[in-house]
Design a binder for this molecule. Structure first.
Ligand code: PLP
Length: 371
């Protein structure tokens, strides 16, 4: 256990009677005036506050705020930072709901939006005035890795704000604030909680920006509930050990799948032939648990493989202890046009695999047998 983890685990602001596990404060309100620090659980809740304290340590920021979902974190953060005539930029490979929010919703409300093609150079070329920029450390599901340092420098040269969604990397593999990101977002529904049993989100950054975001959260009501906070705190207890195993499995499964007959190619940020491998090496301590592969055969029914898998489970999520497979074209990225999918190099033969903590060989064998 490193020093940061030690701090996360041991420095909780303990409630009365010193329980060793931080309790769930399942209450909507607090006695007045004695409980006026928390007042009402949409505003603040001790269990949620404890999770925020832990995420803040993990992301090495000044203040963290938790939300009802990753999308709650993204939408509330953007709504609190921008006004009509401002510009928001993201790349096409950003999680589809995030880019849809920027383009379809914010665009309608007088905010200029630009969704540029994937890749650091394309994004850098798009930043030529004061902008709020949203980028993913490792994008879903194209798995592009971004040069956050250069992007932050360009964004800041115009006094803009860089928001980095680091869901796929987790704080175990990188801290975007170290590279200049102003706000770090997580969908806590994935690796951080780690057991596919919660939906939650977080935003972390400097106190001044985070105060604004917290005020918007209290107003739009995208607050996290205490049960979710409790389960996420429990997940964080094993985050380091899970990510260690997942990083190890990720690279092993990626390398071994590359030689499976029936697989055309494998895309993983830790492979030497990955388009952004230089940035991966520079920004990531481990390459994470998500990879994509393309089958050689065009399956009439893309779910045919799902039915033959015995260990890897098909689902619309990722980041748990069990390996999960998805078909982006018809599942997570079904809202994209054929043209957008082709820019992202996603077609009917593309599958996204989230590697869990099972034995790596058994994951590869399961896919080999299904193919
Ligand atoms: N950001 C990324 C990179 C995601 O993959 C997702 C969901 O898959 C989200 C944000 C949205 O998070 P949530 O599902 O918790 O709202």
């Amino acid at each position: 256990m490193n020093e940061t983890e030690d701090h996360v685990m041991n420095d909780a602001i303990l409630p009365p009677d010193y329980p060793i596990t931080f309790p769930i404060f399942q209450t909507s309100s607090y006695l007045f005036p004695e409980g006026k620090k928390y007042r009402y659980s949409r505003e603040a809740n001790p269990t949620v506050e404890e999770l925020e304290r832990q995420i803040n340590i993990l992301e090495k920021t000044e203040k963290s705020v938790c939300f009802s979902s990753g999308m709650g974190a993204i939408t509330t953060t953007l709504l609190s930072l921008i006004k009509p005539d401002d510009k928001v930029i993201t790349t096409l490979d950003t999680f589809a709901r995030s880019s849809r929010f920027i383009h379809d919703f914010l665009g309608k409300w007088g905010i200029k939006s630009e969704i540029c093609p994937p890749g650091t150079e394309n994004l850098l070329n798009s930043i030529n005035e004061k902008s709020t920029v949203l980028v993913e450390t490792i994008s879903n599901p194209s798995l592009r890795v971004y040069d956050l340092k250069r992007i932050a420098e360009k964004v800041h040269s115009y006094n803009g704000i860089l928001i980095c969604d680091s869901t796929f990397a987790t704080p175990e593999n990188t801290n975007p604030a170290d590279y200049g990101a102003d706000i770090v977002i997580h969908s806590l529904s994935k690796f951080i909680s780690g057991h596919n049993d919660v939906i939650g989100g977080s935003a972390s950054g400097g106190s001044e920006l985070m105060e604004k975001i917290d005020l918007m959260r209290r107003t739009v009501g995208t607050n996290m509930d205490p049960n979710t906070a409790y389960l996420t705190i429990r997940g964080i207890k094993t985050l380091q050990i899970r990510m260690k195993e997942i990083n190890k499995n990720g690279i092993s499964v990626a390398r071994n799948l590359s030689s499976v007959e029936g697989i055309e190619d494998v895309n993983y940020p830790g492979l030497e032939n990955h388009v952004d491998f230089e940035y991966s090496k520079d920004h990531l301590k481990g390459y994470g648990g998500v990879l994509t592969f393309r089958t050689k055969k065009k399956h009439e029914d893309p779910y045919e493989i799902f039915k033959l898998l015995k260990r890897v489970r098909p689902a619309n999520t990722l980041g748990g202890v069990n390996s999960i497979i998805a078909h982006p074209k018809t599942m997570s990225h079904r809202s994209l046009t054929e043209e957008e999918l082709s820019i992202l190099k996603i077609d009917g033969q593309t599958y996204r695999l989230s590697v869990g903590i099972e034995d790596a060989e058994s994951i590869v064998n399961d896919i080999r047998n299904a193919l």
